[in-house]
Design a binder for this molecule. Structure first.
Ligand code: 16G
Length: 259
């Protein structure tokens, strides 16, 4: 049975419900995806095919499809059509170990690569001056990357470090922490702040999700053993790809809780 037939069969099942047509169609496409009748990466039949098979207007089909794109069930690629979104295998990330993206993904057997969004030396922003302890006449090294594992973009990371630590951001290979390790500047402690964020258009396009879907905004400030701040990184992670897991322990009497 073709994908259009599968959807039509689902639609016939739900046609008794009395709900608006576009909602019935949306549910039918969702059902076809959930039951695996059309799989991740499969092309959705054209608007015209669905409309003629189900005998409904193309406007109705468009409305249902747009809703599913917004919900992340379908993805639209300019020029090539609409597809079932790839199923994300969620990554479980411990919040108690200070690891790098490269190490995290390699441990899971995933192939890591990054696309450079920016790298260079700049005059620091007020935030960067404050966090990294820079004065206005010092420079900041910025390293912005789209982090990709097994061909799926997972996060956009924008790191800022003092230019005295990273004088040549062009020279980092595939891992920032490996480059810092070489000069004895790999952080030993970090404080991470995670908050919810809806992805804006530009970030959503890079992460290949629909604009407005849920993401995680993560700010990491990392320290050397001396207590000096070494890295200030602001990242956007895909909300459908990550579970951050923290182990909690009861603190003993007199034990200090520090951030
Ligand atoms: C992690 C860190 C990021 C760090 C990067 C280094 C979070 C949220 N962020 O992704 O702060 O810059 O690792 O990775 O965990 P790399 O050594 O592979 O470049």
């Amino acid at each position: 049975m073709s994908a259009a037939d599968q959807i039509f069969a689902m639609l016939k099942e739900s046609s008794q419900s009395g709900a608006p047509l576009y909602l019935q169609l949306r549910k039918s496409i969702e059902e076809a995806v959930n039951r695996g009748l059309i799989g991740p990466g499969d092309a959705l039949p054209s608007e015209r095919d669905i409309a003629s098979k189900a005998d409904i207007s193309r406007v109705t089909v468009r409305k249902a499809v747009q809703d599913l794109v917004k919900g992340g069930i379908l993805v639209q690629r300019h020029g090539s059509g609409t597809f079932v979104a790839p199923r994300m295998e969620r990554v479980e990330q411990s919040l108690s170990r200070l690891t790098s993206f490269t190490e995290d993904m390699a441990r899971r057997g995933m192939v890591v690569r990054s696309a450079w969004l920016d790298r260079g030396l700049y005059a620091p922003s007020p935030d960067e001056m404050m966090v990294l302890g820079l004065s206005a006449n010092e420079l900041v090294a910025r390293v912005a990357r789209l982090r990709i594992a097994n061909d799926t973009p997972l996060a956009i990371e924008r790191a800022a470090l003092s230019a005295s630590v990273l004088p040549d951001p062009e020279a980092i290979g595939s891992s920032l922490y490996a480059a810092l390790e070489l000069t004895g500047n790999r952080p030993v402690r970090a404080v991470q702040r995670i908050s919810a964020a809806n992805l804006g258009d530009a970030d959503a396009r890079l992460l290949e999700v629909a604009p407005g879907v849920a993401g995680l905004h993560i700010e990491r400030i990392s320290y050397l053993a001396s207590g000096k701040v070494i890295e200030f990184t602001r990242s956007i992670y895909r909300g459908d790809a990550y579970d951050f897991v923290a182990e909690l322990r009861l603190t003993g009497p007199g034990e200090e809780i520090r951030p």
